[in-house]
Design a protein around this ligand. Structure first.
Ligand code: ADP
Ligand code: MG
Length: 279
């Protein structure tokens, strides 16, 4: 039998008719270190539909970053299938991966990953430069306005707070109109006030602009602001919950005692015998 052609792929849809922009089937990732094989993902099957705001949770070492890197085409799986917006990513070579990353994915890192001696405007123009786009300055300025930094476009990273630097990184992630924005613990290096500001930006980008977003966090309070929570343990999905009433960023204080989600989280990990520590 010849291989299925890409054109034959039809993205599944959810009950609301939304198309799967991420469609992953039985994905594995095994890191090889000298003689030792480290299984980081052990068979992930997952669909994320257009317009969703999803968080991925799990203890340290459960495979969150590995999964996000594969979803972001920064790394390839060991086995399994991955369709991103209809493209069969697992079959792509490095150069094609770079192209798909630039066109379809906006990535936000925990440590911002900004260039030190470069203005906010230039940082945000970079993906457009790689894509060979026109009207770069105008588009970069518009993206900075969306994240609330329209008055900081000439500032360099060392002239901005942590929260503002992360907002520059978010503007850089959305400037190309990607299919999906992926963020690995984007509030992890921020104080709680700046963290909430970043959550507000993600929430409004998702709600007002329909930007599909996947957000890795080990913080149940942060996850409680998204619409769907996926929990990983030892490289497997052990829970996948819709959030009936997501918190409005800034409108709800962090509870001093763990809320209902914290108990789901604990139950999930205790019943699976996983490490309960949230580091
Ligand atoms: P998380 O982000 O949930 O903390 P990771 O995806 O970083 O988890 O790691 C999952 C597992 O894979 C861990 O056991 C980790 O030690 C291992 N791992 C991650 N990256 C590498 C790598 N580059 N080489 C070898 N092992 C790795
Ligand atoms: Mg990680």
């Amino acid at each position: 039998m010849p291989d299925k052609k890409e054109s034959e792929y039809v993205a599944p849809r959810d009950a609301r008719g939304r198309k799967a922009v991420i469609d992953v089937r039985d994905l594995t990732k095994i890191y090889k270190m000298e003689q030792i094989e480290v299984p980081a993902l052990r068979g992930i099957t997952l669909q994320v539909y257009e317009g969703e705001f999803v968080s991925i949770m799990g203890p340290s070492g459960s495979g969150k970053s590995t999964m996000l890197q594969i979803l972001g085409a920064l790394d390839q799986p060991t086995s399994g299938e991955y369709y991103l917006d209809g493209v069969d990513v697992a079959k792509l070579k490095d150069a094609q991966l770079a192209t798909i990353r630039n066109k379809k994915i906006g990535f936000v890192f925990q440590n911002f990953n900004l260039l030190a001696r470069t203005s906010a405007l230039r940082q945000v123009e970079l993906p457009l430069l790689y894509a060979g786009a026109h009207d770069r300055a105008a588009r970069a300025r518009a993206a900075l306005q969306i994240v609330g930094l329209g008055d900081r476009i000439r500032h360099h990273p060392n002239e901005l707070s942590g929260g503002q630097q992360q907002r520059v990184a978010i503007a850089r992630a959305i400037v190309n109109n990607p299919t999906i924005v992926l963020a690995d613990e984007p509030t992890g290096n921020l104080d709680s006030h700046s963290g909430i500001e970043i959550l507000k930006v993600f929430q409004s980008m998702n709600r007002e602009r329909g930007i599909t977003t996947i957000f890795v966090t080990h913080d149940t309070f942060v996850a409680r602001h998204t619409d769907r929570i996926i929990m990983l343990s030892d490289g497997l999905i052990v829970a996948d919950h819709p959030v009936a009433h997501p918190f409005e960023a800034g409108a709800v204080d962090r509870p001093s005692e763990g809320g209902e989600l914290e108990s789901i989280f604990k139950e999930t990990y205790q019943s699976n015998g996983a490490r309960a520590a949230l580091h």
